[in-house]
Ligand binder design. Structure first.
Ligand code: NAD
Length: 436
């Protein structure tokens, strides 16, 4: 497979989409650069007494709409280019759903499975100490991403609070509930995606009842998407994880049952017993085939670049709901467009997570605690409103939903940028007058 440079790809897409809408050149040029690209070296003592050096990044892309916001990823394949692209997508995603944040992202080159708990904690605390001058509830607010979680966020709150001399839970989001996290954060990305899909189907007057769905990925996002889709009457006929896939033409009746099975056996292999298989109730399938099943909707909810050009040519669904980040390569996107397969883009479909992160930050800053139903009501409102706006732009200008989501975001950021420019200009003129 060709090596894909994520930041170069992201810039190419931005150039193409910017041509669809008139934007101020100075504003557009700013988006091709990161406000503050931060690189760090962290030296950690390992359990055996030796020292090891790790490379970490925090890429602060753009803060026109508010403090930088985006997760911290711990992975052996993290690269500067990847973190740059992810932080840029956060700028766009936050603007699509209209939360008052700019875009940022962090990454640490490490395979956390190779560290002991104590080493992981020392590494995170060292990362937090280096990050302290750059982050804060009104500056930059990290969150969990791949291989990071509420516990890791807790260590960051701790280090930051020690450094500034007061307890500041709002410096990160995605915390555990007992440490100031929000109700509903766990469900937010999957459920948010369901709200977006419902808004899209309502727009084309399509009844979701009985529409068949295949979901790739049975982690946090895939699991909650499946649960809420089932509640809405969709027929979930196939689900896969990295090792296994299950298929049942009549649809699963319980997602919790699948979850329990996976917890007990480590995968979904053998979920259907011999009797069920013989009766045609269900069967195991190759997880690599999940995206090309004959269903109405496919949901990539696993990793980046899963829909390649080869897969795109074979997809039989009419709708792709992108719950993973960047699941479709640029070439595949073009093929899907030519085949009139609708792609509901990641920057809209999976933004539920950052919306509830915004709610968490807001609750922390205002010393409030909202119940789950209140969080879900607000999430539905945000996701539906962003979906309707995106669909309206797409329909009016005959562009794809991905392009429309970008256009919505770029116009929103540009409007605020323009106001900031005007204020800066007025103060400059005022000062000049005072001097003369
Ligand atoms: P997770 O680690 O909980 O789950 C990932 C799932 O994908 C696992 O079930 C894993 O087995 C499966 N998987 C991995 N490789 C696979 C393969 N080749 N085929 C099929 N399944 C495979 O992660 P998550 O939090 O559910 O995140 C999934 C995606 O959603 C990622 O792209 C992530 O960046 C994106 N996302 C997550 C959130 C969030 O709030 N968690 C928010 C926005 C975007």
């Amino acid at each position: 497979m060709n090596h894909i440079d994520p930041w170069e790809e992201a810039k190419k897409r931005l150039t193409r989409i910017a041509a669809l809408t008139k934007l101020d050149k100075k504003f557009l040029n700013q988006l091709f650069l990161h406000d503050n690209p931060i690189r760090m070296r962290l030296s950690i003592q390992m359990d055996d007494g030796s020292y090891k050096i790790f490379t970490a990044y925090r890429m602060q892309h753009n803060n026109t709409l508010g403090p930088y916001k985006g997760g911290l990823r711990y992975h052996q394949n993290v690269s500067e280019s990847e973190v740059k692209a992810l932080s840029f997508w956060m700028t766009i995603k936050n603007a699509v759903v209209d939360v008052p944040f700019g875009g940022g992202k962090g990454g640490l080159i490490v395979n956390p499975n190779e560290l002991t708990d104590a080493e992981l904690e020392r590494l995170t605390r060292a990362f937090a100490r280096e990050l302290t001058p750059y982050i804060g509830p009104n500056k930059d607010i990290p969150a969990p991403d791949v291989n990071t979680n509420g516990k890791i966020m807790g260590w960051i709150v701790d280090e930051y609070s020690k450094a500034v001399g007061e307890y500041v839970p709002g410096v990160v989001t995605g915390k555990m509930i007992e440490h100031g996290g929000s109700e509903g954060r766990e469900e937010a990305t999957g459920l948010g995606g369901v709200y977006v899909l419902m808004a899209y189907l309502a727009g084309i007057r399509k009844d979701p009842k009985n529409m068949s769905v295949a979901i790739q990925g049975f982690g946090n996002v895939g699991k909650f998407a499946a649960k809420y889709l089932l509640k809405k009457g969709f027929r979930i006929v196939a689900i896969s994880d990295s090792k296994s896939g299950v298929y049942t033409p009549n649809g699963f009746t319980s997602i919790s049952d699948l979850e329990g099975y996976k917890r007990k056996h480590g995968s979904l292999i053998g979920y259907f017993d011999d009797k069920q298989r013989k009766k045609g109730i269900g069967k195991n399938i190759d997880p690599g085939k999940i995206l090309t099943l004959p269903v109405d909707i496919i949901i990539p909810a696993a990793l980046e670049n899963m829909i390649t050009k080869e897969i795109a040519k074979k997809i039989r669904a009419k709708i792709v709901l992108e719950l993973a980040n960047g699941p479709t390569t640029t070439e595949a996107d073009e093929i899907l467009r030519k085949r009139h397969i609708v792609v509901i883009p990641d920057i809209l479909a999976n933004a539920g997570g950052v919306v509830v992160s915004y709610f968490e930050w807001y609750q922390n800053l205002n010393h409030q605690r909202w119940g789950k139903s209140s969080v879900f009501r607000r999430l539905k409102h945000k996701m539906t409103s962003a979906s309707v706006k995106t669909i309206t732009i797409a329909n009016k200008t005959n562009i794809s939903l991905r392009e429309a989501a970008y256009v919505l975001a770029l116009r929103r950021i540009e409007r605020t940028w323009q106001k900031q420019q005007n204020i800066a200009e007025t103060s400059r003129q005022f000062l000049q007058k005072q001097l003369h």
